[in-house]
Write a protein that binds this ligand. Sequence first.
Ligand code: IVH
Length: 287
Amino acid sequence: DLVSPDSPTQRVGAEPVSAFGIVVHPRPLLSLANAFSDQELDAWYKRITGLIPGQDIDFVCELKIDGLAVALTYGDRIMVTGATRGNGYQGENITQNLKTIRSIPLSVPSTAPAKFEVRGEAYLPKKGLSKLNEERADEGLPLFANPRNAAAGSVRQLDPRITARRPLDIFIYALGWAEGMQMPSTHWETMQYLKSLGFKINPNMARCKDLDEVKDCCHGWAERREELPYDIDGLVIKVNSIALQEELGFVGHDPRWAIAYKFPAVQGTTRLLDIGINVGRTGSLNP
Ligand code: IVH
C-alpha cells in the first residue's frame, strides 16, 4: 500500500515502440516470481499455506513456453485486437500479424462471453526456427539465436505478409477477463472451457493434488524437455481454485498464487571452427 502507481518500479518489461498502435490492457499482464530449486518451491508453498491456513490446495502444472506473451480480445464473437504484453499496462497492436497464426480463432461460438480477453504465448516451433535460419543463411541475413527471439521478431513485422510466412503457433494459458459470464471456479475448468471455444491449449497440463506431485511433474519435464517440438524454460505452477487465487492476491507485479519453476539454462561446450563475415548493406563487416 506504500507503492505509488506512478513509481518507475511499477513498470513491467520493455516500453512498447510506436510503429504499431498502442493497446491499453484493461487488466495488466503481470509477471511471475521464479523458483530455481525444490527448496524455493517449498518456501513458496509455505508462504501461501501460511496465508490460507487449513485450506486444501490443489495445483495445475503447465509448461512454460518460451515465446512471446500476447493478449487477444474478442467482442461479439469476433477477434478484435491482438497485442503484445509491452510494459504490462500497454502493449503494441499487432492484430493483423497475430491473425496470420492459423491456430488463433478469428471467431468463437455463441457459448463465448460477449466480450473477453485470452492470454497466451506465441512461439516458433524448433523445426520452424531451423527452417527460417536456413533461409536467412541463404539470404546472408543474421540468424535468430533462439525461437523466442525469432517469434518476437516475427510478430513485430510491419508487413503481416512476412509474419504469415513464419510458422508461428500459440498456446493459450489464461482467461484475462470476461464480461457477461459466470467464471468457472477453477483454472483447470477455465482452460477446458477455452478449449471448447476453439483455443489451442497445451495438452501437457497436469492437475496435482499436492506439492510432491508438483515436484514430480517439474522433475519429469526437466528430464524430457528436449522431446518437445518447442522450447520451454520451465513450468508454471498455479493454484487451481479461483477463489483461493483471489484470496492470495498479488505482491507487487507477481501473483502469489502462481510461480515459475525455472530450469537451469542449457550449457554446452563447442569448438569454434571458423568465423564467417557478412558484408552489410553499408559495407560494415559483421562476424
Ligand atoms: S501464466 C499472472 N502460464 O511466462 C500469471 N505464463 O512471467 C501470468 N508463460 O511472459 C502468466 N507459459 O507469457 C503463464 N503456461 C503459462 C506460460 C506463461 C509461458 C510466460 C508468460 C510471461 C512469463 C511469466
